[in-house]
Each structure stands twice: as structure tokens, then as C-alpha cells.
Design a protein. Sequence first.
Length: 122
Amino acid sequence: MPLRMTLTAVTLDCADPRELAAFYQRVTGYEPHPKSHADFAGITREDGFTIGFQRVDDYRAPHWPDQTVPQRLHFDFDVDDLDEAEALLLKWGAAKPAHQPHEKRSRVFTDPAGHPFCVTAR
């Protein structure tokens, strides 16, 4: 049985979350995320899908197509059961970093290429 995961958000690193959120709000017409603040801002589609922007100290913008500074983002997924999701994700090749800021309600993993993503209890 496949793991049922729903993509709920994409979060991008940046130097100024509010500025980037304002730009994408204009581009997409999405509404401001209600929990936006100085270090995180987001925009939300009517169905709840969110694009987030998180402040990163010393952020270095990617240079396309040059990979000197590669593109960075992470995916957020909702699941019915965190423990079941963890077991399956690890089996399929994900890794679980030691640092887990909110392990009881969400978990951070890395994909086989090292890109982080979050899994949150529905």
C-alpha cells in the first residue's frame, strides 16, 4: 500500500521573507499567510496550499544556470501517521537528521540527494 502524502507547502530560503512574499502575492494572487512574521512569510492558495519564505542569515542567491550556489527549497507533506511515514521513508532511502525541532508533530528528513523535507501529522 503506498504512503498517502499530500504536498501542503513549499518553502524557499531568502534574505527578506516579507519582500519575497509580497512579490509572489502579486504574481499569484494568493492571500498572505496568517502566521507571517519577520523571519517567515507566506502566501496561501484557496485550497490551503502555501508557498513560504524563510529568513536565512548570510543567504546567497542561486545563480541560474551556474550551480556555484545551487537552488534551495524544501517540501512539506501531511501524513496520517508520523511513525508509519518515518518507517516507509527510511526504507525507501530517506535519512533522518539528528536535529528535529518539533518531532512530536513533524519530522525533518532528507531525500537521497540530501534535500530536506518535512512531514507533519495531519
